[in-house]
Structure formats: C-alpha cells, structure tokens
Design a protein around this ligand. Structure first.
Ligand code: IMP
Ligand code: MG
Length: 181
C-alpha cells in the first residue's frame, strides 16, 4: 500500500466497472441531446477522462476551476471561478463532472452560475458522494459511490496536491482536510 494510505476504499476495478455503468446511463439519457461534459478541476480530471471515453455519444468537453473565498466559503457557499468555461453553453445539456460531493456548496454555486447562461439543462455526475457531510440540498443525478465522511484521496482527489495519481481511492492515514479541488 502507498505511504499515507490507511485503507483502500475502492479498487481500480470497482471504479472502472461503476464508471462504465454510469457512462451507459449517460449514453441512454443524452441520446439526441447536445451534451457538454464539464469537469471541475483539478479533482475531476481522472474521472472525466475515464467516463468520457465510455460514453458512446458525440460530446464536448470543457473545464472550470474553482477556489474557496477564504475562510468564509463554508458559510457563504461562494466560490471563486479561477478558470471559466471556454465553450458557450446556451441551449446545451451540461453535465457537471465532479470527483466528490461533500458539503455540496461548490456544486450548488456552480449549477446556479451555469443555469444563468441559458443551457437546456444542468445535471451533476459525481464519482463519490459523502451524504453525511451535506449542508445544502443538491440533486446528484449520477452518483458512483456513497462514502463515509472520512478524508479520501486518489483517482484525482488530493491531500495538499498529493495522491491524485493513485489508480484507486483510499482513506488517508492522518485524517484532516486540505483538499484543494
Ligand atoms: P463541497 O463544496 O464541500 O461539496 O466540496 C467539494 C470539494 O472539496 C471537492 O471537489 C474536493 O475537491 C474537496 N473534497 C471534499 N472532500 C474531500 C475528500 O475526502 N478528499 C479530497 N478532497 C475532498
Ligand atoms: Mg474538486
């Protein structure tokens, strides 16, 4: 096991099998739609790459990058857009792709922001979901796995920018926060 990982939570095989199932659902739901998959950087880059390659539809890919507004983020739910979309999304079907939904504040803010631009729809696809940590009501249309409210890393998720490259998801040994997106 890699240094710093207390326990593996999801193997690369489990992740890959679930990703294929989610892609199948997405392929079914977005047939004859105008799909734009939007990854939330940095954490979603691995999941988006694997998911998109399993979706059997024409689609566009774009990214947003967000960062917290200092210490107030949790209470205000306001996030700073560090990198906005390059693509126009008016009339298109946006699928926000995230590594993990924790409090839900980031995606709540992002969906509201994107809905203001007149897309046909905005839905959420997240590999991981921590239902016990949720602070706002949020519909996660495609959810890979529910995980306990522990700090997890790997498969795109970081602790202080490390562990993103691990091909599996594991629980960090010294629990804490410090994920930076
Ligand atoms: P939310 O706004 O609280 O839902 O936060 C979502 C973001 O926090 C995710 O996109 C991750 O970047 C980060 N995050 C939340 N939980 C974890 C975790 O367990 N490991 C790594 N990053 C996390
Ligand atoms: Mg993130």
């Amino acid at each position: 096991m890699d240094r710093g990982i207390a326990e593996p939570l999801l193997s690369r095989e489990e992740i890959s099998a679930r990703t294929a199932q989610m892609a199948e659902e997405i392929t079914r739901d977005y047939r004859d739609r105008d799909l734009v998959m939007v990854g939330v950087l940095k954490g979603a880059f691995v999941f988006l790459a694997d998911l998109a390659r399993e979706v059997d539809l024409p689609l566009e890919i774009d990214f947003v990058a967000v960062s917290s507004y200092g210490v107030d983020t949790e209470s205000s739910g306001v996030v700073k857009i560090v990198k906005d979309l390059d693509l126009e999304i008016t009339g298109k079907d946006v699928l926000l792709v995230e590594d993990i939904v924790d409090t839900g504040l980031t995606l709540k803010y992002l969906t509201a922001m994107l809905r203001d631009r007149g897309p046909a729809s905005v839905s959420i696809c997240a590999l991981l979901n921590k239902p016990d940590a949720r602070k706002v009501d949020l519909e996660v249309r495609y959810c890979g796995f529910d995980v306990p409210a522990k700090f997890v890393v790997g498969y795109g998720l970081d602790y202080a920018e490390r562990y993103r490259q691990l091909p599996y998801v594991g629980v960090l040994e010294d629990e804490g926060s410090g994920g930076t997106g």
